[in-house]
Design a binder for this molecule. Sequence first.
Ligand code: JDK
Length: 256
Amino acid sequence: MRIDVISIFPEYFAPLDVSLMGKARDKGILDVRLHQLREWAHDVHKTVDDTPYGGGPGMVMKPEIWGAAIDDVIASEEALPRMIVPTPSGRPFTQAVALEYAAEPWLLFAPARYEGIDSRVMIEYGTHLRLDEVSIGDYVLAGGEAAVLVMIEAVARLLPGVLGNAVSATDDSFAPGAMENLLEGPVFTKPPVWRDHEVPEILLSGHHGKIARWRRDQALRRTLQKRPELIERGDLSAADLKTLDTFRADGDPVAD
Ligand code: JDK
């Protein structure tokens, strides 16, 4: 997958050299190309922002600079990329959106600063290519770069060959269909006792059927406790419903 990012802070993307993302790039699965927006600014000061029409606080990014940069980046190829502009007012970024992006051959991210980009840029490119304005959550960042890092990491780990274990990604809590949107249960490794905390006995038993049921019960318990809105009764078996009733009756006082 090719990913272009146009930003006034290309240094912000240094984490993509590290760990899973770094390895995916070394393997050629991920081709990330960073572009400095200011290289398309015409004046001596490399100005990319101006005062907002109608007044108000802050500055707005100039449309001509973004237009020139996007035109140059997309000029090289026959096909067009899917373009993604982070904004607090965008479509929510979810695991389903990550899966949608992971199926694309080419993504172009346009993270802004200040109060955002002149809206005519989104109108213009919305007619030329598939453009999404996307929010990574209901809080306000200082700019779009952190949102782009989040989205690239969520997308890239879904690409074939990026995760060591081929089944890891489809098993995710929020993978549509996979675990029916239940939260993951608790996990443990050696030693069996640490600071008086014991690993649940069932996990040491070797009874694979009972372990699978216990893990499912823990996922149901955690979801009921932390994210009850995720539970869709239609997806649940009779055994699942019995588990939920037990936890509801108990009031289930637990640490996690
Ligand atoms: C891209 C600049 C900072 C943008 C205006 C918004 C209501 C008016 C500051 N999920 C998410 N959160 N934040 C972003 C994001 C913020 C960005 C940019 C993405 C570019 N900023 C910014 C807009 C405002 N303000 C809240 C009142 C303020 C994405």
